[in-house]
Design a protein around this ligand. Sequence first.
Ligand SMILES: C[S@@+](CC[C@H](N)C(=O)[O-])C[C@H]1O[C@@H](n2cnc3c(N)ncnc32)[C@H](O)[C@@H]1O
Length: 247
Amino acid sequence: MPHRRQNPSPMSRPPFETPPSADGGETAALSPPRRIEARPDAGSLTQEQIKRTYGRYAPFYDQLFGAIYAHGRRRMAATLRSLTAQRVLEVGVGTGLTLDCYPASSRIVGIDLSVEMLARAQRRAAALGLRDVELHIMNGEATPFADASFDCITVPYVLSATPDPVRLVRELRRLCRPGGTIVILNHFSGSRFWWLLEKAAQPLSSKVGFRSDFHFEEHVARYDWEIQSVEPVNLFGLSRLVVIKNV
Ligand SMILES: C[S@@+](CC[C@H](N)C(=O)[O-])C[C@H]1O[C@@H](n2cnc3c(N)ncnc32)[C@H](O)[C@@H]1O
């Protein structure tokens, strides 16, 4: 794919239009999601735990999670090439392993809670010479962006790693324009091959930085959005690539 010119100060440029009253912290004006009860065993993760855990992972993240999740990222890239999204938000951009997935014509905003992860994404974007990429330290559950700011939002391996997945979905739906696309890449419970690992990791979510006990029905299927496709990806269907139309 053609390389983009490098953005001179991608972490400092204000992204798109922000609402005048944005406080960067609340999404109180949003309509509530359909009633979704949290599972008592869903595992709790705080922002602080995520920042700490991914801060520790950052130097080794690409070695630990680069190859194992690469197939899913490639499939996500193929999906993105088939869309004509101009304005794209990636939530949980991490070290930027997905940054070269996007069509050269798209304008990308990547956000992440972890300073250390994002610093690596910054270096990767510079090394790739990517233009039109902005990176910001930001919580995807409560952003300052205006409603319908993006044509497409990608959430690669983040939904089960965010403090409050219901709140994140509510924010994704606010930020994605009606008829736009939300692409979720994530592990969901129920695989015949991975159940033992899921069980072993279940009590450790705050240490490992994600929930292994995470259900598609509860976190994706129950919303009144339009699921367009669900594709098993990665080794033995470890993860699923879910393409959703925001309605
Ligand atoms: C498993 S990593 C995935 C990184 C990258 N997307 C990839 O494909 O490898 C999860 C990332 O999501 C970030 N994260 C978790 N919750 C977040 C939130 N609410 N807002 C922004 N970033 C978040 C973490 O800091 C971490 O960098």
